[in-house]
Design a protein around this ligand. Structure first.
Ligand code: APR
Length: 179
């Protein structure tokens, strides 16, 4: 599914983010940048061990929740990995929505700062961190739409949803947004 916002494209696909041919892919990391399972594990496996070496060396203090840091992409097709730290869902009354928005916004800023024309996101926080998928779709698509309309960059933002349920949730929200 593809929607145009001004000169930029926002695309939804179902698949594996490690296989995307884009300038940067986003990782759903933890604040220690210590690696983990889910998409984090998949990205580190596909990128090779230099990704963790580089992350440790450049960011020994980790990354706060709601922000993101950049490394190279190691063996991935993507030139960069942006390690974003989404919030753990605790009922929605601990600033989770703002923290998730801010993690996405920081990645989009990093994409512009690193002259990336395309960036791919997973559904940050919706796995182990328990963020409800419908709400995550609303939050992440709204912040992306606003960024594309105001900053007019990057050219392409792709959301890579791992399963049919997540893809459906994102497609419903994007459909409503495009009307
Ligand atoms: N490609 C795209 N999406 C994926 C992939 C993949 N290869 N593997 C998993 N996902 C999806 C999950 O289905 C989920 O919708 O990524 C989303 C985020 O899930 P998690 O990876 O569990 O990330 P998150 O909920 O943000 O939790 C982060 O988990 O792995 C640890 O180190 C990580 O502590 C951190 C925490």
């Amino acid at each position: 599914m593809l929607v145009q916002f001004g000169a930029c494209r926002l695309e939804l696909v179902q698949g594996d983010i490690t296989r995307q041919s884009v300038d940067a892919i986003v990782n759903a990391a933890n604040s220690k940048l210590a690696g983990g399972g889910g998409v984090d594990g998949a990205i580190h496996r596909a990128a090779g061990s230099t990704l963790m070496d580089e992350t440790r060396q450049q960011y020994p203090d980790g990354c706060p929740t709601g922000s993101a840091v950049a490394t190279s992409g190691g063996l991935l097709k993507a030139k960069f990995v942006f390690h974003a730290v989404g919030p753990i869902w605790r009922g929605g009354v601990f600033g989770e929505i703002d923290l998730l928005k801010s993690a996405y916004r920081r990645c989009l800023e990093l994409a512009v700062e690193h002259s990336c024309r395309s960036v791919a996101f997973p559904a940050i926080s919706t796995g182990v961190y328990g963020y409800p998928i419908d709400l995550a779709a609303e939050t992440s698509l709204a912040v992306t739409r606003e960024f594309l309309l105001t900053q007019k960059k990057p050219d392409l933002v792709r959301f890579v949803l791992f399963d049919g349920g997540a893809f459906g949730a994102y497609a419903r929200v994007l459909d409503a947004m495009a009307d």
